[in-house]
Design a protein around this ligand. Sequence first.
Ligand SMILES: [Zn+2]
Length: 234
Amino acid sequence: MVSKCPGQDTRFWGPDDIYSVECPKCGRAVEFFKDDIRRRCRHCGFMFLNPRLDLGCATWCQYAEQCVGAMGRDEFREILTLAVKDYFDGDRERINDSLKILEFAERILEKEGGNPKVVIAAAVLREIGLGEEDKGAHKAGKSNDEGDRLDVVKAILERSGSTKEIVEEVSQIIQEQLHNRRIDTLNSKIVYDAGRLAGLSADSESLNKAQLKEAIKETFLTPTGRKIAEELYL
Ligand SMILES: [Zn+2]
């Protein structure tokens, strides 16, 4: 077991790697190291996530497994969710869409299998990657260029300590769905279906039952995705 990897050895850190963050509850300053996942406010006792968490070294470090081994699924989900909220900066609609897609993806994941890290990441970051015209990126004052959006997705994943393989697979899933490419992997199918489930709630207002039935029959790629759609909308 390795206690410190070079990227997380504070001797190599600069002044920006230790900073203070306002406690979301009492507003006092709490000091964070860039690789602290969470800290407790000494004044009010509130425990919160590091909004500028940077576990970037994990993408190249051979000891990455040990370094971020302590990070569980809940923490990973929470870190990514925080990054999405930060990116969409108060745009409730896009934030809610992202959370809805994530929730559906986890329901499908439970029944279909798949890689939880890849599916969770691709589902919650999908809206950033897809960045529909006049929505999201545009509203949040961010670049709506596809390459820039993918760079944002990759940077968020790197900061969350994801391995290179995960960063690559998530980018691939987002690009497949952005360009309507053929979807072959289970992870990508789950994320696609989760996106469809979230989209159907908007469609369900304009379509009648027969049209909805047809849409559900045609579009889902996993049996669990289709089943959830039928339960919700038929
Ligand atoms: Zn506090």
